[in-house]
Design a protein around this ligand. Structure first.
Ligand code: NAD
Length: 495
């Protein structure tokens, strides 16, 4: 199946020292060669050259290339979605959803290509006009994580391309095949477009050393890095040391507050999708649940019953809701977190390996619910697995303060029909996260809004709203159309 799928993109992926495994059964699905320092250098130089041409192409024309890419994605959605399932282990619906996100951001970027608005600003000097213009920034490096192997690149690339930048993509070393397939579709769009510069979008394959090489290089104007907070802690100082710009999309520790007035049916469905979807491997996965004391006895048992019925298995099979973890290390991290939570007084339901006989080389797990009396150190840490920590609350202000008392600040939500609680949750003194939802789970954001989070999540914003500005440089230009040379601030400087 893999060979057929890859060949539909014109890829073989059969040579190279790096083996690619499918989390579905642990089997090898391809081999790729990593870039070495010399080839990374060549690619950066080519990217800089492509940028010099692309920045002068009118933005609506740049949008046409992204429109064509969106068409390629539409035509190949099923195949790319299947490849995402195979390589990242997401259920097929989520694999297809990820490609849909790529299509959506292309549509958004095409519209944006006619709207890269600047400002006209009133000048204090007579006969002067002042304006603010947005210019292309330069080559953009995109470093992406395994769990959104293609959409995160598209969020960045579609915007960067209409903004006039070239792109260099270093995908996760765990998911290089979906990257090669996406690039192949992009190349088809380039061919139809006709006169795009060569090497406008390139892939750099490798592990963290390859990401580090991109982060260090002064020719890379923007480094957009998605991954763990550990990665961001290492990468951000490297980019900052050369005064480069970075967009950081790092770990989350997302919460939901369920209040007495909540529609419990809706809350239950939202909890299930966001806590066990993608086997808990979304940056926006629900990890902490605060339930009001008065409804705890109703909601938590219902949740446990629903967990007991979850279809765990082959993510390509219809009906499966929970696929595998990405690898053994992810499973060991989950085991370690559950042991730590137990030692901190947590009561664990679920957890442990599933389908071991059927898939001895893959890592399927039973999603876990852990009832905690305190928000302990383990709860404050992001474990990238389906572990949901459940805590009681009595007082709304106390729930709000515990909600915010973690280092991460990505996504958050409240289930309530009480208008005051809903408003307090999204007010300045409410959730401190980049995303705050009312009666919606924390995961599954729409591309129209700016996506990202605060604190250890890194502060970056991608996708919709005015996130495009991060891929451009701002210029303030003042024109004097008078016959005099008045100085700003009324300064007299006569010679
Ligand atoms: P990871 O940090 O292990 O790797 C992410 C990427 O960074 C990979 O391409 C990796 O090769 C590269 N990398 C690692 N260390 C680096 C370094 N020092 N310098 C340069 N590049 C480096 O993350 P992962 O396991 O692939 O993904 C899971 C993590 O990503 C979770 O923490 C999750 O919350 C986070 N994530 C965040 C978002 C978001 O938008 N905030 C989205 C998806 C995933």
């Amino acid at each position: 199946m893999t060979i057929e799928l890859l060949s539909s993109f014109g890829i073989t992926a059969s040579a190279g020292a790096h083996l690619v495994h499918s989390p579905i059964d642990g089997g090898e699905i391809g081999r790729v060669a990593f870039d070495d320092a010399k080839s990374i250098e060549t690619k950066i130089a080519r990217s800089a050259q492509a940028f010099r041409i692309w920045r002068d192409v009118p933005a609506p024309r740049r949008g046409e290339l992204v429109r064509l890419f969106g068409e390629e994605l539409r035509a190949n959605k099923a195949a790319l979605g299947r490849l995402v399932t195979l390589e990242a282990g997401k259920i097929l619906q989520e694999g297809l959803g990820e490609v849909q996100e790529m299509i959506d951001i292309c549509d958004f970027a095409v519209g944006l290509s006619r709207q890269l608005y600047g400002l006209t600003i009133a000048s204090e000097r007579p006969g002067h006009r002042m304006m603010e213009t947005w210019h292309p920034a330069g080559p953009v490096a995109i470093i992406s994580a395994f769990n959104f192997p293609v959409a995160v690149w598209a969020w960045n690339a579609a915007l960067a391309l209409v903004c006039g930048d070239s792109v260099l993509w270093k995908p996760s070393e765990k998911t290089p095949l979906t990257a090669l397939a996406s690039q192949a579709l992009f190349e088809r769009a380039v061919k139809r477009f006709g006169d795009a510069p060569m090497h406008l979008s390139q892939i750099v394959l490798g592990a963290r050393e390859a990401g580090d090489a991109l982060a260090k290089d002064v020719r890379i104007a923007v480094v957009s890095a998605t991954g763990s907070t550990r990665m961001g802690r290492e990468l951000a100082p490297v980019v900052a040391a050369r005064f480069g710009k970075s967009i950081l999309e790092l770990g989350g520790n997302n919460a939901m507050i369920v209040t007495p007035s909540a529609k419990l049916e809706l809350a239950l469905r939202a909890i299930l999708f966001s806590a066990v979807g993608t086997a808990g491997q979304r940056c926006t996965s629900l990890r902490r649940l605060f339930v009001h004391d008065s409804i705890y006895g109703k909601l938590v048992p219902a949740l446990k019953t629903a967990y007991g019925k979850l279809a765990i298995g082959d993510p390509a099979a219809s009906g499966t809701l929970v696929g595998p973890l990405i690898d053994k290390q992810a499973f060991e991290n989950m085991e370690r977190a559950l042991a730590a939570a137990r030692s901190e007084g947590g009561v664990v339901s679920g957890g442990g390996r599933a389908l071991t006989q059927q898939y001895p080389n893959a890592f399927y797990v039973h999603p876990a619910i852990v009832e905690m009396s305190e928000q302990t150190a383990t709860v404050c840490h992001e474990t990238f697995a389906p572990i949901l920590y459940v805590m009681r609350y009595r007082d709304f202000a106390d729930a709000m303060s515990r909600h915010n008392a973690v280092p991460q600040g990505l996504s958050s939500c409240i289930f309530t029909t009480d208008m005051q609680e809903a408003e307090r949750f999204i007010a300045a003194s409410g959730s401190d996260c980049g995303i705050a939802n009312v009666n919606i789970g924390p995961s599954g954001a729409e591309i129209g809004g700016a996506f990202g989070g605060e604190k250890e999540t890194g502060g970056g914003r991608e996708s919709g709203s005015d996130s495009w500005k991060a891929y451009m440089r701002r210029q303030t230009a003042t024109i004097n159309y008078s016959d005099a040379l008045p100085l700003a601030q009324g300064i007299e400087f006569d010679v």
